[in-house]
Design a binder for this molecule. Structure first.
Ligand SMILES: Nc1ncnc2c1ncn2[C@@H]1O[C@H](COP(=O)(O)OP(=O)(O)OP(=O)(O)O)[C@@H](O)[C@H]1O
Length: 298
């Protein structure tokens, strides 16, 4: 059991109601998502699922077609600047001026935040082995991520939102980043939302998982609930009658048998325990087999 999920009851840091955003070839459709204060929520989804689009909408960086975003209980619309002071944001692409030194970039950035903590910023720079004199252009991808994190963490933000913070990072720094996030959570008021398609990151530290699939929220549950509810079923093709197929949200069939994802583990066990292998689904299984869907026939 995850004590943090069970032991604390937070308000919602982010409330998204019926959010719709349409582009010519993609739509985020009617997404409703409440992110609990005091927990780590992982926003997971394949490339192009709409994670960045949703994050930009929750930061007021893009205007939705319909729906509402509330941060810390207040409507975002019209209060973007005040609310954003309470948020540390790490974008998927760096928003730094490449020609500046870290120190000069800080002089541009810090005045936007009333609670800027210079000592803390310096401490993060030291910890991440970043020299204030280094030019941003000279930094590797991993170093830029560290710098973005140092900025995001140095103005007493209550909510940290990160878009794919681990993408393109080597395993050593990915691990270090996850450790830093776990450390931040020692402060019970801290809330973290981060998007990723690297599901093992979530296995390690997320309390809640929100899964976006083709612009729709497929589920949002505690990690424990997800692992209780979902299972992988493997068996012989002869088992696949219409009733059995109805159990599955995704299926892959081959000449040697089938592999399927159910979101109703108990029912799958009741019907199939004697005839098929039923195992814990990893988040990767869930993403992969949800994308496969269930064919219309059968
Ligand atoms: N400004 C835009 N104009 C048109 N289409 C857009 C725009 N921004 C995003 N899209 C499209 O919306 C879809 C979702 O993009 P988004 O970046 O939100 O996905 P994502 O889940 O963050 O993907 P990734 O993991 O690859 O970063 C993509 O098909 C993308 O091409």
């Amino acid at each position: 059991m995850n004590e943090r999920v069970d032991g604390r009851r937070g308000e919602f840091a982010i409330e998204i109601r019926s959010l719709t955003k349409r582009f010519s070839r993609f739509a985020l459709e009617d997404v409703t998502l409440n992110v609990k204060q005091g927990y780590i929520t992982g926003l997971v989804g394949a490339n192009g699922a709409g994670k960045s689009t949703l994050i930009k909408a929750m930061l007021g960086m893009s205007v939705p077609l319909a729906g509402e975003v509330r941060l810390f209980g207040e409507p975002l619309a019209g209060k973007e600047d005040a609310l954003k002071e309470r948020i540390g944001y790490v974008a998927d692409d760096s928003h730094f001026y490449e020609h500046l030194s870290i120190g000069a970039m800080k002089s541009v950035y810090a005045p936007f935040y009333r609670k800027w903590d210079e000592r803390l910023f310096r401490r993060y720079l030291e910890r991440f082995e970043l020299s204030p004199k280094a030019t941003i252009r000279s930094l590797s991808k991993g170093m830029k991520m560290k710098l973005a994190l140092a900025f995001a963490l140095s103005h007493q933000a209550e909510l940290l939102i990160m878009d794919e913070p681990t993408a393109g990072l080597d395993p050593v720094f990915r691990r270090e980043l996850l450790d830093i996030l776990a450390e931040l959570m020692l402060d019970e008021r801290q809330t973290i939302l981060f998007s990723t398609h690297i599901t093992t990151d979530l296995d390690r530290i997320a309390d809640y998982i929100a899964f976006l699939h083709q612009g729709k929220l497929a589920f949002h549950e505690s990690k424990e609930e997800v692992f209780d509810r979902y299972a992988i079923v493997r068996g012989d093709l002869s088992l696949l009658d219409a009733d059995v197929r109805r159990l599955f949200v995704g299926i892959r069939e081959s000449s040697v048998g089938f592999e399927a994802l159910t979101s109703n583990r108990m029912e799958a066990e009741r019907l199939l325990a004697e005839y098929a292998r039923i195992e814990r689904a990893s988040l990767e299984d869930i993403m992969y087999l949800t994308a496969k869907g269930v064919p219309a026939h059968g």
